[in-house]
Design a protein around this ligand. Structure first.
Ligand SMILES: [Zn+2]
Length: 106
């Protein structure tokens, strides 16, 4: 269990967790303690977090993912966490939005 959790966080890291946290802070999407922990992720990286802090960040990511789902692919085309920010603004993920624009042009 502990190990699975750690692996998951590494995954989130690869998906651009730091960038994602920067965007959330820029948009005032976070309140303390999540905001403070997000700032620590940005300054010192995910590995500087305690287990408790990691759980908070995981929850933030989880809730944001659930709140922002691509209407077309239902997140099948998501490649990084920042795509969820894009969905928040456009209702679609970048890939589906690209397809839609192409469709509109044709
Ligand atoms: Zn999509």
């Amino acid at each position: 269990m502990g190990q699975a959790k750690a692996a998951m966080m590494e995954d989130e890291d690869n998906l651009g967790l730091v960038e994602f946290m920067e965007e959330l802070i820029k948009r005032d999407e976070l309140i303390d303690p999540a905001a403070g922990i997000a700032k620590q992720v940005i300054a010192k990286g995910v590995n500087s977090l305690s287990d408790k802090q990691k759980v908070v960040i995981e929850k933030v990511v989880d809730i944001y993912k659930r709140k922002n789902k691509c209407e077309i692919c239902v997140d099948g085309n998501i490649s990084c966490l920042s795509d969820y920010i894009y969905i928040n603004e456009n209702g679609l993920c970048p890939m589906c939005e690209y397809d839609r624009e192409k469709f509109m042009r044709d």
